[in-house]
Design a protein around this ligand. Structure first.
Ligand SMILES: Cc1cc2nc3c(=O)[nH]c(=O)nc-3n(C[C@H](O)[C@H](O)[C@H](O)COP(=O)(O)OP(=O)(O)OC[C@H]3O[C@@H](n4cnc5c(N)ncnc54)[C@H](O)[C@@H]3O)c2cc1C
Length: 428
């Protein structure tokens, strides 16, 4: 159990870090608590940065807590401060400027950083990436002027930025190296729905296309693709994935593999070091393997679990992954973790974008997505967790309540089949 003389440090003042600080005080930690972040802002949530905040529909920054929360809870919030390394033997953090800070337990909640394009002209003004509130404000100014935009990559960030920009009247071209938007996670069936959605809203979608170079005088003026075609533009947003920011633990000898490797209690390979949120590649008891999830709900819930574990209390993270996305008038929630499936079935009106999609592997539900249909994600997670053998006809039939299916018959025993389909690497 922690004592009042101990110092707990959280590196990374994002959602996971802020929620961990809140939970530490709620769980009764009375020692010194320092929350360190390299951004000038207090912790905020990122989902609005590609949605209403980007479109200027709200001027309020989406802070996790009110300003007074930190002083009221005696959380020392150090903003604009970067931690450059950890000495786990001395239990000491190195801060930029040669400052040191001793800790008893440290939580690494440093998130992820956008991958950058490595092509000629990538450094030109007007080539943007989206991670921070400052990025969102810069891109938002361009969008407000209704300029021409090329989006590189049609993952979640690219797809949401394209939708927001179209909603504000920009001319949008989306370049994708694969065939369809969001195909890596959702597969071709859902990818087709999303390409129709974007094209239906006037986005020019270019599949199997990569950027050869950007051209322009100081600011980007055109994108030249691999086949020599050129697209005139006023600005570019690249959403080509993120990399976990795990560099600072390497000096501590902590095991890193696609993020900070942690066990189900979110503790790393070196005692006293924990990790949560986008940076954590955590052993998941349900899936029987490590998974790294780059989504809001994971950061929200892992922070408090890490806090309990830091206090030596029983804590294990076994939530079924969940995320949401809003594009135009289509909101969706996805639950599960599907890397392989043999069948996708639909309930509802696909053409009207009011449906639930189910991914099945050996008749077990591995993931579900509900678009413009609400109250489905909880039963979907229960069904996944139940590991029941399902009849796809029940999933398709809107008169069969999803919540009833999880209790319909005994679960199939064992996790072997599940572990067998789960392939290593990557993040959701
Ligand atoms: C534009 C955008 C839209 C999104 N929309 C959705 C959505 O619709 N649905 C969804 O489920 N998820 C969404 N996400 C993902 C979600 O926001 C992330 O999963 C979540 O922010 C992860 O939280 P985190 O606390 O782990 O990391 P972060 O929010 O990245 O916070 C980590 C913080 O640590 C700081 N830091 C890093 N290294 C250091 C260091 N060495 N020293 C000090 N500080 C450091 C970083 O600067 C950052 O402030 C979105 C993300 C973005 C960028």
């Amino acid at each position: 159990m922690a004592t009042t003389t101990e110092t707990f440090v959280i590196v990374g003042a994002g959602l996971a870090g802020a929620k961990a600080a809140e939970a530490l005080r709620r769980e009764g930690f009375e020692g010194r608590l320092v929350l360190i972040g390299d951004e000038p802002e207090r912790p905020y949530e990122r989902p609005p940065l590609s949605k209403d905040y980007l479109r200027g529909e709200t001027a309020e920054r989406p802070y996790v807590h009110g300003e007074s929360f930190y002083s009221e809870n005696e959380v020392e919030l150090w903003t604009s401060t970067r931690v450059s390394g950890i000495n786990a033997n001395l239990r000491e953090l190195w801060l930029e400027g040669d400052q040191r800070l001793s800790y008893d337990r440290v939580l690494v909640a440093t998130g992820a950083v956008p991958r950058r394009l490595d092509v000629p002209g990538a450094e030109l003004d007007g080539v943007h990436y989206l991670r921070t509130v400052a990025d969102s404000e810069r891109i938002g100014e361009r969008i407000e002027q209704g300029q021409r935009l090329v989006v590189v990559g049609s993952g979640w960030i690219g797809a949401e930025v394209a939708a927001s920009a179209r909603q504000k009247g920009c001319e949008v071209t989306m370049i994708e190296m694969g065939s369809l938007p969001l195909e890596r996670v959702l597969g071709p069936e859902l990818g087709q729905i999303y390409v129709d959605l974007h094209r239906g809203h006037g986005v020019e979608f270019l599949p199997e296309t990569t950027v050869d170079r950007f051209e322009g005088h100081r600011s980007v003026e055109r994108v030249v693709t691999h086949d020599g075609s050129s697209i005139e533009t006023d600005f570019v947003v690249a959403g080509i994935g993120v990399a976990p920011r795990a560099g600072l633990v390497e000096t501590a000898g902590v095991r890193v593999d696609n993020g900070v490797l942690v066990d189900e209690h979110l503790e790393a390979s070196v005692p006293g070091v924990f990790a949560a949120g986008d940076v954590a590649n955590a052993r998941h008891p349900f899936y029987g393997r490590h998974i790294r999830v780059e989504h809001w709900a994971n950061a929200l819930k892992q922070g408090p679990v890490a806090a309990r574990a830091m206090l030596g209390k029983p804590a294990s993270y076994d939530e079924i992954p969940y995320f949401f996305s809003d594009q135009y008038e289509s909101g969706m929630e996805y639950s599960g973790y599907a890397t392989e499936w043999d069948e996708v079935v639909f309930r509802g009106e696909v053409a009207a974008h009011e449906f639930v999609a189910f991914w099945l592997k050996d008749r077990r539900l591995v993931a579900g997505l509900n678009m413009n249909v609400w109250d489905a994600s909880e039963p979907i997670r229960e069904l996944i967790r139940s590991r029941r053998s399902l009849d796809p006809r029940d999933l398709v039939d809107p008169t069969v309540p999803l919540s009833g299916l999880a209790e319909a018959e005994p679960a199939l025993a064992g996790t072997d089949a599940l572990s067998a389909w789960a392939s290593e690497g990557g993040a959701l």
